[in-house]
Ligand binder design. Structure first.
Ligand SMILES: [Zn+2]
Length: 156
């Protein structure tokens, strides 16, 4: 039977810096095996019971992957559409292919623009502290939709 699992998490890098946390918000609720969360995290969580607290370490290769040097490149300022406010943090796609990565501007030096198409968490080992808050059988609706429905039913 497919499960719906709720959990609180705090995500830290190897330096102990908190990158993200569900604390202070509703727990994350997801349909097991749906690809909503990282598959390696799903695999580690789906065997836990309500009330379980666990630390789960995912090496970068099991999370957002290693850094791909080919996705770090220089382009010219003139390659951006006229009027674009090219500055660090700007995100854009190079083309319309669905699989094409989202690039972001890292730095601008004169006419040189340094861009990076790696996921911001590529190359980062992820350390999750999780607490399971809910574990139940998925409803037929949830299985049909491929996602979990929160308290009070449908929200989309
Ligand atoms: Zn739905």
């Amino acid at each position: 039977m497919t499960k719906v699992i709720g959990f609180h998490y705090t995500l830290k890098d190897d330096d102990g810096e908190v990158l993200d946390s569900s604390r202070g918000h509703d727990p994350m609720l997801y349909l097991a095996g749906s690809g909503t969360i990282l598959p390696a995290l799903d695999a580690a969580i789906s065997s836990l019971a309500v009330g379980d607290i666990k630390s789960i370490a995912l090496p970068a290769k099991d999370a957002y992957g290693e850094i791909n040097p080919a996705f770090k490149m220089n382009v010219k300022l003139g390659q951006f559409p006229p009027g674009t406010d090219v500055k660090p943090g700007l995100q854009f796609k190079i083309n319309d292919e669905p699989a094409s990565p989202m690039f972001r501007v890292v730095n601008v030096l004169g006419e040189e623009v340094f861009i990076d198409g790696n996921h911001p968490l590529a190359g980062v080992n992820l350390n999750f502290d999780v607490e399971i808050t809910e574990s139940r059988d998925a409803t037929p609706d949830e299985i049909a939709h491929g996602h979990a429905h929160g308290v009070g039913g449908h929200h989309h």
